[in-house]
Ligand binder design. Structure first.
Ligand SMILES: Cc1ncc(COP(=O)(O)O)c(C=O)c1O
Length: 421
């Protein structure tokens, strides 16, 4: 383990992904006082050339080629070309992922699609600790289908995957889970739970938002049926970037996602009376793509295309373990503990630390130019990105953390008045 700042600098010098990191914007400032971003679980760094991408799209495509850009600039195909780039990162095949809509809308489509595939079954399994939007979408789909289904939730704190598997039976239509808990970062075993669902004849819908672009994910070898995810977190698509939608190719012939639109038609410009679904995940497309909102993701995926995904997984593990170990080494004596699982295989993109200062502490850290986030009741989240976080960033962030807890500056009433999101 790195026990000094110099050790961290050496790790950065030997980092095979160091050049990738330079292709993203970094805060300016002197080395010791620049702002440190530990919020890749919330919003990833902007690609350095994102403004050029944006300018090119506005001036050349929108400004000059105008309507011809739907074809010539690949505007209509972008949902699939971006999806294929993401497929490489999450273990999917070409054609199984599209980029469109928000995560919640994609969840809703996937859940409705799963319920359509198994019309006789009456149970939807999830957990109370799931991200609320996942549960809202599940309940909305159940309501829409006439309230025939029961939403069965594992109680909060049931962290063992066996406890989820025990809820899956022959009545279960779908299992809707987040791969990674948005508070504690506890990571579920996708292959184990998908296997249990499949053995019971049920389907899985995975929300990968706190894992995609951070931890190793293999959707196809894990046997996932559907998956969705934000793209603005570890994938660095930027605020407002559309989400992604995955459906395993084996469901192609029978899939009905409920909501249908012309973009998901097999022959969009035939303008037929009835809806004939497009092949693969493209049937999940509904309406006109949000072209300008995908520019950040396009710039990011151009960088991701050069990333060795295995190396990124290894680096993320090393960074995440470094936060854990430096917490033990530098912060434990001031009452800070690791709230996430200590074992990396059970941990997602961020690592949650616990301290009684809670949100006030996060605000005090922001005042010290360490940007992280708080989730009630007690998760101080450090989101580390394998592409943009440096080992020395972690060292410096933990040192500033130490300063704040040692001197108890977080107790200043001005910090408890602030409510960060
Ligand atoms: C697990 C999870 N799912 C979904 C979302 C957001 O979904 P949407 O893209 O619909 O806003 C978030 C946002 O942070 C999230 O953490």
């Amino acid at each position: 383990m790195a026990t000094s700042r110099d050790d961290c600098l050496t790790l950065d010098q030997n980092d095979p992904l160091a050049e990738i990191g330079t292709r993203f914007m970094r805060p300016s400032g002197t080395a010791d006082r620049s702002r440190i971003y530990m919020d890749a679980n919330s919003i990833g760094a902007p690609p350095r050339d994102v403004l050029e991408h944006l300018r090119h799209t506005v001036e050349e495509h929108w400004g000059l080629a105008r309507r011809r850009s739907w074809g010539e600039a690949g505007w209509l195909e972008a949902a699939s070309t971006l999806g294929d780039g993401i497929a490489r990162i999450v273990g999917a095949a070409s054609g199984e992922i599209v980029v469109a809509d928000s995560t919640t809308i994609n969840l809703f489509k996937a859940i409705v699609g799963g319920l359509h595939l198994l019309p006789q079954r009456t149970k939807v399994v999830s957990e109370a600790a799931n991200f609320p939007t996942d549960l809202y979408a599940a309940q909305a789909a159940i309501d829409l289908k006439g309230n025939k289904h029961t939403l069965v939730l594992a109680a909060d704190g049931r962290d063992s995957d066996d406890e989820i598997c025990a809820l899956i039976d022959s009545e279960t239509a779908i299992v809707v889970l987040s791969l990674v808990d948005y508070r504690t970062s506890r990571r579920r075993d996708l292959a184990k739970i998908s296997g249990a669902a499949s053995a019971a004849g049920a389907l899985t819908v995975w929300d990968l938002s706190h894992g995609a672009g951070a931890v190793p994910i293999d959707l196809n070898s894990g046997g996932a049926d559907f998956a969705v995810s934000c793209t603005y977190k570890y994938l660095c698509g930027g605020p407002g970037a559309p989400a992604f939608f995955f459906v395993a190719a084996r469901h192609n012939d029978t899939l009905d996602l409920g909501l249908k639109g012309w973009l998901g038609h097999a022959d969009q410009f035939a303008f037929e009376l009835g809806h004939r679904p497009a092949a693969g995940a493209r049937r999940a497309l509904i309406g006109t793509p949000a072209v300008l909102s995908t520019i950040g993701l396009q710039a990011a995926m151009a960088i991701w295309a050069d990333v060795d995904v295995n190396a990124a997984g290894k680096k993320h593990e090393a960074l995440s373990n470094l936060v854990r170990d430096l917490c033990d080494q530098e912060l434990a004596e001031f009452g800070v503990s690791v709230a996430s699982p200590r074992n990396y295989a059970a941990r997602g993109g961020h690592i949650a630390l616990r301290h009684r200062g809670g949100n006030a502490l996060v605000e005090a850290l922001a005042k010290n130019d360490v940007i992280c986030s708080f989730r009630t009741p007690d998760s101080i989240r450090f989101g580390v990105s394998p592409l943009t976080t440096r080992y020395v960033d972690i060292w410096d962030a933990i040192e500033r953390f130490r300063d704040v807890v040692q001197n108890e500056t977080w107790r200043d009433p001005k910090f408890s008045k602030l409510k960060s999101i």
